[in-house]
Design a protein around this ligand. Structure first.
Ligand code: AP5
Length: 214
């Protein structure tokens, strides 16, 4: 099963993708994570995208489509979770073509619906484990009291450079201008399923499971 998780910044795409990886042996393809890796490695492409990401603008379609293309070959396990991709109509069309070229198709698009007001608190309270990427939140999913990641035991936690209110407002603007039209596109393809992303993390997990299993 190949699925897309779509929603504004902070909707919970990464949190839910990690759960699907654990429970359904799926492969998470997060273009945000891939771009941050490129940026941190100091590669030529990483240097190009660093400022764009810090501002909260979208990276070019050409770059992100290239990143996804590289990952679709090889073992597909329980299927792909596209997290943060596609974000434009051009990316959506390219994804359809790429999947077809490897004999796959898209099975569902899960929209995580969250009120804009809730996103600021989610984004400004987020941290992740620098080793395994587990996602925490200062209030709703706090780091363990012993200062060690509950999953891998590392004690190196990170906050993202674009997790501030100014970048968030730009990321939100990009979402509404360029990504939200994809909801209509996938509805028309009969693939869109909507989930209440404001509910407790475990309730959201259950809603996604129900949407996928129906
Ligand atoms: P990306 O990394 O994809 O960021 P994003 O879309 O802004 O989404 P986030 O990762 O911020 O949020 P999320 O929905 O994953 O939420 P999370 O689960 O962490 O992209 C970053 C940048 O890269 C872009 O701005 C762009 O520049 C570039 N880029 C990436 N892909 C691109 C593309 N395809 N095209 C062009 N450019 C691209 O949760 C957030 C917080 O909330 C966490 O602390 C979590 O613990 C908490 N939380 C989650 N669920 C719940 C819940 N149900 N209840 C309470 N708290 C919750």
């Amino acid at each position: 099963m190949n699925i897309i998780l779509v929603g504004p910044p902070g909707a919970g795409k990464g949190t839910q993708a990690r759960h699907l990886v654990e429970t359904r042996n799926m492969i998470q393809l997060s273009t945000g994570d891939m771009l941050r890796e490129a940026r941190d490695s100091g590669s030529e492409m990483g240097q190009v995208v660093a400022d764009v990401m810090a501002r909260g603008d979208l990276v070019t379609d050409e770059i992100v489509i290239g990143l996804i293309r590289e990952r679709l070959e090889g073992d597909k396990k329980g299927g792909f979770i596209f997290d943060g991709f596609p974000r434009t109509l051009a990316q959506a069309v390219a994804l359809g073509e790429l999947l077809e070229s490897v004999g796959e198709k898209l099975d569902a698009v899960i929209e995580l619906r969250v009120r804009d007001e809730a996103l600021v608190a989610r984004i400004t309270g987020r941290s992740t484990c620098g080793n395994c990427g587990e996602v925490y939140h200062d209030v709703t999913a706090p780091q363990p009291a012993d200062g060690k990641c509950a999953i891998c035991g590392a004690s190196d936690f990170k906050r993202r450079a674009d997790d501030n209110e100014t970048s968030l407002m730009n990321r939100l603007m990009e979402y509404y201008k360029k990504t939200s039209p994809l909801l209509g596109y996938y509805f028309a393809h009969g693939l869109l399923k909507r989930v209440d992303g404001l509910a407790d993390i475990k309730v959201v997990q259950a809603s996604i499971a129900a949407a996928l299993d129906n």
